[in-house]
Design a protein around this ligand. Sequence first.
Ligand SMILES: Nc1nc2c(c(=O)[nH]1)N[C@H]1C(S)=C(S)[C@@H](COP(=O)(O)OP(=O)(O)OC[C@H]3O[C@@H](n4cnc5c(=O)[nH]c(N)nc54)[C@H](O)[C@@H]3O)O[C@H]1N2
Ligand SMILES: Nc1nc2c(c(=O)[nH]1)N[C@H]1C(S)=C(S)[C@@H](COP(=O)(O)OP(=O)(O)OC[C@H]3O[C@@H](n4cnc5c(=O)[nH]c(N)nc54)[C@H](O)[C@@H]3O)O[C@H]1N2
Ligand code: SF4
Ligand SMILES: [Mo]
Length: 887
Amino acid sequence: MSESMVGVPNNHVDENGIRWRRTRCHMCHMNCGIFAGVDTATGRLVELRPNDDEGAVLCNRLGERGQRAIKFHYHPKRINHPLKRAGERGEDKWEQISYDQAIKEISEKLQGLIDKYGPETLVSSEGTYRSDHLWARSRFTNLLGNPGNVVDPGTICWCWNYSLNMAMVGWPVESMMPASPQQSNTIVNWGKRCSESYAPEAPLWRVIKGRTTVNENGPAQMIVVDPVCIPESGQADQWLQPYPNTDCIICLAWINYIVEHELYNEDFLKHWSNAVFLFRTDTNKLLRASDIDADGRFEDFVAWDAKRDGVLAWCSDENRYCTEEGVEVDAQLSGTYRVKLADGGEAECITVFDAIVRRVAEYTPERASKVSGVPKRKIEEAAKLYATNGPACIIWGLGGGDQHGNNAASFGIAKTILRIMTGNIDNPGGEFVGQPADPNSVGKEKDFPVRDAEMELSELQDPENQAKYIGNDRFRVMAWPGFKKIDKCYRKMFGLPRPMLHQMLCSPSLVLDAIIDKKPYPITAMIAWSSNPLAWMPNTKKVYKALKSLELLVVCEYWKTPTAALADYIMPACDWMERPMCTTSEDSMDFITVGDRGVEPYAERHMDYDFFRSLGCAMGQQEQWPWETYEDVIQYRIDRCGLKYEDVVNAGTYFPYPTEYYKYARRLENGQIQGFATPSRKAEVYASVLEELDYDPLPVYREPESPLGNPEMAKEYPLRLTTAGRISPLYHSEMRTPGHGTRTVAPYPMTWMHFNDARALHIKEGDWVWIETPMGRIRQKAHLGWDIPEGVVQVPPSWWYPELPAEEPWSQGVFEAAANVLIDDDPDKADQMTATWNCRGLLCKVYPCIDPSDGADDSIPAALYDGTHGTVWDKAAENLGFWELKK
Ligand SMILES: Nc1nc2c(c(=O)[nH]1)N[C@H]1C(S)=C(S)[C@@H](COP(=O)(O)OP(=O)(O)OC[C@H]3O[C@@H](n4cnc5c(=O)[nH]c(N)nc54)[C@H](O)[C@@H]3O)O[C@H]1N2
Ligand SMILES: Nc1nc2c(c(=O)[nH]1)N[C@H]1C(S)=C(S)[C@@H](COP(=O)(O)OP(=O)(O)OC[C@H]3O[C@@H](n4cnc5c(=O)[nH]c(N)nc54)[C@H](O)[C@@H]3O)O[C@H]1N2
Ligand code: SF4
Ligand SMILES: [Mo]
């Protein structure tokens, strides 16, 4: 058969006896359409081909003809059977047992712990979007009565931003891929290495790199904000090179410049945003209808109407001013007004727009320039381009606020203020607002595929249970208080629940405390599935201590990772080639993506869905898990709109509604204007949800750990650290196992630093160096260049060495190489809305590992060489600084 796969139907068997199935790759978030070829004679997977119908390409993680992925699939080091711990935790001694036996034992042990401590004693640890099975976890834990205790990198990776976006515009506009790049005139790439995160061949980089040809109006301009000179910087029309974690002040300076030069979209702000609502200067809160009228509703807001030269209430429920239809209103964007209150008093009010203007006044481009190192002229030019050369979009990247600690929420909010101010919301080429359901269908029978959130059963949670969620009253945006407020608006607009999935995430730090110190209650059991917390979580030593203190640790994995090596049970997991897929991507998409199973699962590997279903059934949840196979689940989800499995697999994606823009301005069947799924149904530049959660919804800049903010500390730790920089085919802590062709591309962790810094420290290219913060130190190799600002060090995260022994103290090198040994998990230093901690913008020092003047061996007294004890070794280990596990 020809190599072209255009139009080849699912399950086609070619003349060589190869059966081709339309699958979807899950080795990264792109979920490319891939054909999996299985030899019908042997049942073995023999080749992968890209789905030409979608223009897919096999990237460097899969390899030519898929050989890398196939080797990954059949790799001799894969976990193929359940392993039960046989020795002490960390000794790496195991007994192989059957899957059924493992599920039986795990369910009994978990039930024992629940009987003792309650269902809240369990926490799930997960990874980035590794599969479409997240709802199965929340279904299982909701049925169990667990309050939703989950730790996941979503706290520093997109999901926290998703929640803030929901509060402001009712949809995750923070998108990894420009929604309609052909129509964008300006694309802002804020801290996103599109060329490597995912893969050089992946759709994202193809779109960004190819933007000169995709835009019909001429080449889209690209603004890149990245401290490092990456391929994107070379392609950029404007490249801003800030110090790590100073982006927030640049963003605030953009708003300052746009306001100062009146470059905002006045029409959008006046009619579609809450910038016209009044804000009380006495309480620093929004003026509510209940403030001015005893019968007024708290949910309703107030504007100043020039037509009547007085206040006018906004009826949130109906998305209109409280006037007769047809009466003209001229809500003021700016001004100071004295307003009579219902209690007889008076309050001075300004508009929300003016409140923003006041807030950003101090963040001038001059000041932002001093803090960030980016010339003032560049900050101004970028702001001008973004505001005047629309439609413009800002794509999601980790440098864009994720991992910016206590600047994170402010920065995320500031970016969305920019989007709203320039009217770049739900316009072609701007930020897309999806439609999970037709608002006209609320209360009617549904006619679209079942969405992820509908599978979760979040309605089982009662307030008593919710109160037990770890950190519920602290990081409230990512906890029940924030979740419910946004859920209410979403349900009202779409008649659907909002997804729990990764929209509620506990602070890892607080969860580790609950494990180690048993406060506020003991967490004694963890299911880590698609997660290697010793690699991803901050403060690796504390993570280790916590994992060792658990009474039950179950890890569902492909490999014996450093985390898995500490487990009581390691459960063998299916990879994407051996499982079907069906997802609305944590409900961030308004379409459904479906792919078939390429090959039958190898040995005793099970899908994560199977794991949660089996465990659920063993713990009395049988009735809630009617679907024996994942194929049954998919058929159930698409049944609602009369679709058939094969048809959806062949199509790959199914869009229930045609793509439409400016949906906020549409008139619904009930006569109301649609608006946004927010409390006021306006795009909220000032998020009332955040105010109700007792936060200041307007952004501020806080100096991160830096020579400017911490001059004393900088004397010992003079360099600015950022732990970033994806390199493909490595994917987080994955793809490092030798033997499937991916490790060879980047065999060692390379810390990037400037030539001049390295010279001063006697460091050469390729030298092993220690990178140290007050939290600890790690060893990586130095990579020198002029492509990073002087004084900045970039450390790649998630390193460990699968080739090293798994038993302690080796732990496959995780304590020696993983960037998170350096990272502080102190919850007081985290963003107080979302718990986002800081991995970008810390102080560190770097020095060569082998320093001729070190004299470590010389410092050991010869008297210790008497052969009676091991102290020589201990002393040397101490001098060389290996982290002692016993400490
Ligand atoms: N300092 C610092 N820390 C960081 C980051 C950083 O930039 N700097 N990045 C953060 C970010 S953005 C993220 S997303 C996290 C990454 O966090 P994770 O996504 O948790 O990544 P890993 O640590 O590689 O762990 C994932 C594990 O899941 C396994 N796995 C993969 N797919 C499946 C599956 O379908 N089922 C099962 N059962 N197992 C599977 C893999 O073998 C791997 O061991 O790290 C975060 N931590
Ligand atoms: N190959 C590969 N692809 C991946 C992953 C992977 O591990 N490997 N992980 C996936 C996941 S879960 C995620 S979250 C994404 C992340 O993908 P990206 O957002 O691209 O993450 P990084 O490459 O860590 O960082 C992006 C850029 O931020 C710059 N940077 C560092 N500090 C700062 C800062 O303070 N400000 C600014 N403006 N820029 C800064 C770095 O120089 C880098 O070029 O990638 C996904 N794709
Ligand atoms: S970019 Fe590569 S790894 Fe990612 S989904 Fe596509 S083929 Fe798979
Ligand atoms: Mo991530």
